[in-house]
Design a binder for this molecule. Structure first.
Ligand code: PXL
Length: 285
């Protein structure tokens, strides 16, 4: 069985980061090893959340794994709590990366034009440095704007997205995938650039007018899970985009449910079925 290490926080309540990555990637048939960067009572969109920082635990934990000769097919980082944890993530890549290890970075720090409460411009600069170590990065447009110094826009032409992709590519990652890209009315999706081939790829979905926390984590978890199972870049990102959109739609059917995250639990069976079909088709192709 393939094995992914995910490095991000545990928000005990709030359906994001580890509480999304673990169930979603496991359901995709991939072992999910977790390295929690902090334990929070909730994600940071709640008021008065508690935080227990775990920075001092990270190296002792990975040193133990190293002594056991543990290997990972992919390392996936999400919300990292501090500048120091960004540096430790780089050390962990150096410790565990082999020619076959996919380094997948979601530089979680901002959305809708704003940095999350815990972060500042220096953190964005360091996150840009971390992205240079990746095979694949999946920032949203806000995160990309903070990392490239470009203006954040809500209305734009394709040329704005292509310039952003070029600037992200200059950070050093092999594949850059911008999320939340809307190029026509009522649509949203991803726009990627493979820097090794120079090829762009684009996948658009019907836009659902609702915003929930943790949807970026769902998208990233599905993408890294699908890539680790062997799907092509195009298929993996299409699956991730479709599953995220379907899950938001499913959540909207129950308006009385909690507002803080999406009901991905109800759509996991769909994800598993679609993954099996995509994998079977990939063998036939
Ligand atoms: O979903 C991203 C995320 C992860 N972890 C924490 C967060 C957020 C977004 O707000 O606050 C703690």
């Amino acid at each position: 069985m393939k094995r992914i290490l995910t490095i991000q926080d545990i928000s005990c309540l709030g359906k994001c980061s580890v509480t999304v990555a673990l169930p979603v990637i496991s359901a995709m048939g991939v072992e999910t090893v977790i390295l929690p960067t902090a334990v929070l009572s909730t994600h940071t969109m709640f008021k008065n959340f508690t935080v227990k920082d775990l920075t001092d635990q990270l190296l002792p934990i990975v040193n133990h794994w190293k002594s056991e000769n543990v290997q990972f097919d992919a390392i996936y980082t999400g919300y990292l709590g501090s500048a120091e944890e960004i540096e430790i993530a780089k050390t962990i890549f150096d410790m565990f990366k082999t020619d076959d290890t996919l380094i997948f970075i979601d530089p979680v720090m901002a959305d809708n034009g704003k940095l999350y409460p815990a972060f500042d411009m220096e953190y964005a600069r360091l996150n840009a440095g971390l992205c240079g170590k990746a095979d694949i990065i999946v920032p949203n447009i806000t995160e990309a704007a903070f990392m490239t110094g470009m203006e954040y826009k809500t209305e734009y032409e394709e040329s704005y997205i292509k310039e952003m992709l070029d600037k992200l590519a200059a950070l050093g990652s092999k594949v850059v995938v911008l999320t939340g890209v809307s190029l026509s009315e009522g649509k949203t999706g991803v726009y990627g650039l493979n820097t090794e081939t120079g090829e762009h790829f684009i996948y658009q979905n019907d836009r659902v007018d609702a915003s929930y926390h943790g949807t970026g984590d769902i998208f990233a978890s599905v993408a890294v899970g699908a890539l680790t199972r062997g799907l092509s870049m195009d298929k993996a990102f299409a699956l991730a985009a479709d599953y995220t959109a379907d899950t938001i739609r499913a959540t909207l059917k129950n308006p009385a449910e909690p507002w803080y995250g999406v009901d991905f639990e109800t759509t996991i069976p769909q994800l598993v079925t679609r993954l099996s079909i995509d994998l079977a088709n990939a063998i036939d192709e």
